[in-house]
Design a protein around this ligand. Sequence first.
Ligand SMILES: [Zn+2]
Length: 330
Amino acid sequence: MRQCLSALVLCLAATCAQARQNWQTLSEHVDFIEQPAKLRFYDSNQTLIQGEQCALLVDAPGEFTQTEAFIGELKKQLRVPLCYVLASHAHDDHLLGLALVQKHFPDAQLIVHQSLGENFHLAHEQLNERLDGFVKSIALSLQRMEKLPDQEQEIWRDKIARAQVRFKQWQSLRFSTPDKVITQATELDLGKLNVELMPFAAHTQGDIAVLVRADKLLVGADMVDTLPYPGEANYQAWLQALEELSQLPVTQVLPGHGGVLATSDLTKPKVWLEAIVKHVQANPSADVVTLVETFPKQYQPQDDELEQRAYAMFLEAGIKRAKQTVTTKD
Ligand SMILES: [Zn+2]
């Protein structure tokens, strides 16, 4: 059997078929960039909001090859300067690529939730871990290459060399310190367009949703995903947030993963999160494995294998979290 080199180096070398991001213009001011279906659970969507003077970008792809392709397109799509970049929350698939965006747009101010602002060393640590991962991956690929027959080594030497060139550009990436830390609902003027930044502690300790009232549009990120990752959930606050968001005067809701949603889709994460809480509360003495096995099957994705695997992981994480944080009635 053929030896496998690191998948990471493959992507670093950008020789793997690059998955296409889908840019969609949703309204006068808003473009939505949806990650390809196969990356749905692993990389994030972005939103670009442009007023008459300034643009605001919400999130960046977390996978750096994707981020580079994204930045290339972003430069073409900008009609005004990129004044602000905002992290919807601190998960690496939304946050890390912003370091690369900051490198290309050094004047853009970084906006984060208070909880991330107060713990910004964690963002630096995440980024350093990612960069260390590249170094290890390249070293591992070199080791594996040496065990291949000579003709095959030739191809890999070339791919690894390209990965090294790419890595060199990323090696020195650093986040700049956040410029704006959001502690309460805040308006941001983009030039004849005001957007509202709404902080929550729901999907994580620090989420920001962005309301573009003029376009009846809400950027909800992972908080509004139809099957969100609940491993760090504040269940009660999250359910409350979904209730609050469903009252907003919007017609389009943009999730962190997957396609554009309608306001009525906000019931999907709500129903799923409630089901987890209810299941855990109803079986206070059951262990996580049993709770996963006995969880109602109706939420499980039907056909896609990737989706099923992600779902199983999300459910287990959500049940664990609920067992730790939700009070059970005896
Ligand atoms: Zn997330």
